[in-house]
Design a protein around this ligand. Structure first.
Ligand SMILES: Nc1ncnc2c1ncn2[C@@H]1O[C@H](COP(=O)(O)OP(=O)(O)O)[C@@H](O)[C@H]1O
Ligand SMILES: [Mg+2]
Length: 179
């Protein structure tokens, strides 16, 4: 297991659509066997990011949080890899990860694991770690007037996120071109 990233890259997005657009560009360069770990607090945007990955990969739409099923499989609509979307929040050990047998599908799929850090690194010699960070203090950033009224629907408020990518292992010696 590789401990030092070959490279790190940082992006800022403003709103879910920008996060999905970034993830969509990444999704287009992913290949079968790729393992992605998504880290970030509840509501940081891990599932939102995965929706963009799915769009870039060309899998069947309808990606939602897999929290209550642990694993969801989204078949590719063309010839590209399927997407295996995992929520490891309730998994306590590498042994429990091995019980759900992600290895069986890994070679033909892209495997994306929310809350995967410390649990799934052993599944591959390479991985892409993605960390989503909410602005400290939360709440919408305003320019002093544009958002005078109180926000009533926090779920749909565009917020800033910092998104860090780090590549580990032979597959990710080079940073992908997301330009
Ligand atoms: N820049 C942003 N990137 C991603 N999501 C954002 C952003 N700004 C606001 N949001 C909102 O934050 C929420 C993220 O939820 P979700 O993707 O389910 O998070 P997680 O899977 O990390 O718990 C969504 O309601 C989304 O619309
Ligand atoms: Mg989620």
């Amino acid at each position: 297991m590789t401990q030092e990233p070959a490279w790190e890259a940082e992006f800022r997005t403003n709103g879910a659509e920008e996060t999905q657009a970034l993830a969509e560009r990444l999704g287009r360069v992913l290949r079968r066997g790729d393992l992605l770990l998504l880290t970030g607090e509840l509501g940081a945007g891990k599932t939102t990011f995965t929706q963009g990955l799915g769009a870039g990969l060309g899998v069947r739409p309808g990606i939602i949080s897999p929290t209550f099923v642990l694993v969801r499989e989204h078949p590719n609509l063309g010839t590209g890899p399927d997407l295996i979307h995992v929520d490891a929040y309730r998994l306590g050990s590498e042994g429990e990860v091995d019980d759900i047998d992600l290895e069986a599908s890994m070679d033909r799929s892209v495997t994306v694991v929310e809350w995967g850090r410390g649990l799934v690194e052993h599944l591959s010699d390479s991985r892409l770690e993605i960390t989503l960070i909410r602005a400290v203090g939360g709440g919408p950033v305003t320019d002093g007037g544009a958002e005078a009224g109180p926000a009533t629907d926090f779920e749909d408020t565009d917020e800033e996120r910092t998104i860090r990518l780090a590549g580990f292992g032979p597959r990710w010696q080079q940073a992908p071109d997301l330009g």
